[in-house]
Design a protein around this ligand. Sequence first.
Ligand code: PLP
Length: 404
Amino acid sequence: MTLGAFLHPFCRPTRDEFITIVRGEGALVWDDEGHEYIDGMASLWCVTVGHGRREIIDAVTAQMRELAVYHCFEPFSNEPADRLATEIASLAPMPDSRIFLTTSGSEAVDSAIKLARLAHVRAGRPGRTLVLSRDRGYHGVTFGGMAAQGLPPNQEGFGPHVEGFENLPADDIEAWAAFMAEHGHRVAAVLAEPVQGAGGVYPPPEGFLEGLRRLCDQHGAYLIFDEVICAFGRLGEWFGATRFGVTPDLITFAKGVSSGYVPLGGVVIAPSVHEPLEADDAYLLRHGHTYSGHPTCAAAGLANLAVLRDDDLLARALIVGARLSAGLRAIEADGLVAEVRGDGAVWAVGLGPDRDAAQVRDRMLGDGVICRPIGPDTLAFCPPLIVSDEQIDRIVDTLASALR
Ligand SMILES: Cc1ncc(COP(=O)(O)O)c(C=O)c1O
């Protein structure tokens, strides 16, 4: 067996057959054999505005002609990065926020964790280092985010892990309250996805996020929302925090901020976190990536935000979600799936114990629809927000016939 040179992410290293995607337009992509697929996952939860948007392509091209790349370490900056940060800060639920920029969700999560710990240190609270997160949480694959994950299979074989992380039950606020009563003085931050995505698409139980906010306030910890999937329209608002009416101290974002056209992510930082860093004028923040504030990525982000606004895609998310979830619930009523979960325009079905999600996915691929198996029994759906009603119906019909 000869394997290709490309070692694929989240893939069996021995896999030697792939579907090679060559083109995308709107909610559709095509492979190199000419098969057409509805992109029911917006690539990996990211292509919110759909494929082939000229506005983003033109903005990126124009920016590359002018200044493709320059770093933003002291003393440099660039106009797209400045404008993007200002725009994201104006959309964020925390007044007077500042924005740190990255090129992935994992970097955003690690940055948020580092900033939370650092802010405590700068504010004279060095004993606060513990980071709490939820079972089933997905927070990326770098060492910080991996340690914070609540999905043990993603941690196996990569140890020793970073110290100072603790997983607590995903939905049980009483367990959190008990833990905080004992250890709250050591907690730097609580890290939580408003809607858990890669762990299976689980919306928060009623009052749970409010409970986390309350516990953080009571015990002096920061609240970090990991909104790598939730932010920028997926839940019908700019941020999941707004969707659920709970205001955190830090918000991580990626994916939808550029619709994935070029790698972009970052952290929204409330004054509670950035002010301690600003207290001493001589202090130098020793954290940042070569591509933090990359001008071409920032130009893509600006153009993407303009498309989201101009095409009213936040409102569209709720329409997409209503139609998709109604279709999935009809399948549930027919007894074909065990459970339907989701919020906004991100949904999943629990297939029940006798089904193999990967098999159903493969069957649907054969019928021209892309979805994503999560674990053995969950299939996720997260289409671009420009998906048509007819395409949503085709996603649902294809799932039903695959299950039948
Ligand atoms: C909630 C959440 N956090 C972090 C990440 C990691 O992002 P990336 O794959 O861009 O590093 C993801 C990716 O799916 C995610 O869903």
